[in-house]
Write a protein that binds this ligand. Structure first.
Ligand code: LMR
Length: 327
């Protein structure tokens, strides 16, 4: 040991210039599909505040919740066309772009938000984001929402057999479709902003979602039973587009990058709390019968859903699944 500390280096001098002179004036649109009282919207607001403040008001950020600008069906193409500068889709809606986005739908894969965050921050998760670049989309990071739970109108669900013959709405195809067919249930993907009506009219018997999505969209008004399963997750991909990204000079991009970081940290810090608060509200409203499962019940679902892994391990990549499991 015994090494002497290096003398502190002088910070490199920036050429003197008027503060903010280089920052480009612009308006950034962030489009998403969920309600205000959700980690996604709260993260987007934190991002807005950080960017607007750091730019001294030169950059304006507009946040559009509730599919008010674009919905599930058209938000990706409008991002790529630079009609929105950021979208934050549930990864289940990106499985057609890359099968790696099925990861949050793999049953009982992650045990916590932190485990999911660590996977997407790590090399295997980053590789999946990178593969969107061929479309002109850039992955800026994962925002968690959290574990999904089952609601339906037909019966209390406690065992795999209870799914038999019911029809569920999903966020996307592939793994979620396989999951329901393994349970001998039907599934169909329906955009989030059409889901309340689909449940109300009985187009489907049920759906799976996080507490904060169930509560903020009042699905308990149109669903009788909820089973706390946590079998799959809603995790988001914060995406921007290369056209917008490359249009910024360094000073501007730095501010936006810092805003992305602030938004990501805030969304991550809020997700579990907002879900816990939403469960409490659902319990207080008392409109939906809430069923909890024992460890043994959950184990039965794990065993029953093994065929999902058998089919999708090779499609997603054994190494990718292994990395996710190790988190
Ligand atoms: C859903 O469609 O149920 C969710 O993906 C909505 C969301 O963005 O959280």
């Amino acid at each position: 040991g015994g090494s002497t500390p290096e003398p502190a280096k002088e910070p490199a001098k920036e050429p003197a210039k008027e503060a903010g002179a280089d920052i480009q004036e612009m308006t950034i649109k962030i489009s998403h599909v969920v309600a205000e009282n959700t980690p996604k919207h709260q993260g987007a607001l934190a991002m807005k505040k950080a960017i607007e403040e750091a730019s001294g008001g030169k950059i304006k950020v507009q946040v559009f919740p509730n599919s008010s600008l674009f919905g599930d069906k058209d938000e990706y193409q409008n991002l790529v066309a630079n009609n929105a500068q950021f979208i934050i889709p549930d990864m289940a809606k990106l499985v057609g772009n890359d099968p790696g986005f099925n990861i949050p739908s793999m049953p009982f894969l992650f045990s916590s938000d932190e485990a999911a965050n660590a996977f997407w921050d790590g090399p295997k998760g980053q590789e999946i984001f990178k593969r969107l670049e061929k479309d002109g989309a850039l992955g800026m990071g994962m925002w968690p929402n959290g574990p999904k739970h089952i609601t339906n109108n037909k019966k209390p669900i406690k065992a795999p057999e209870d799914f038999n013959g019911l029809k569920f709405r999903t966020q996307g195809g592939q793994v979620l479709e396989k999951l329901y067919s393994t349970l001998s249930a039907g599934s169909v993907s329906i955009p989030f902003n059409e889901l309340y009506t689909a449940l109300q009219q009985g187009t489907v018997d049920g759906q799976e979602n996080t507490f904060s999505n169930i509560e903020s969209k009042k699905f308990d008004e149109v669903q009788k039973y909820m089973t706390i399963m946590g079998h799959t997750r809603v995790d988001y991909a914060l995406l921007t587009n290369t056209k917008f990204w490359n249009s910024m000079n360094d000073a501007t991009r730095k501010i936006v990058e810092e805003g992305v970081k602030v938004g990501t940290d805030f969304a991550r810090s809020q997700a579990a709390e907002l879900n816990a608060a939403a469960l409490k509200k659902l319990q207080e409203r008392g409109q939906i019968e809430i069923n909890e499962l024992s460890k043994e019940d959950i184990q039965k679902f794990r065993d029953f859903l093994k065929p999902v892994y058998d089919e999708y391990n090779p499609i997603i990549g054994e190494d990718v699944i292994k990395d996710a499991m190790s988190r």
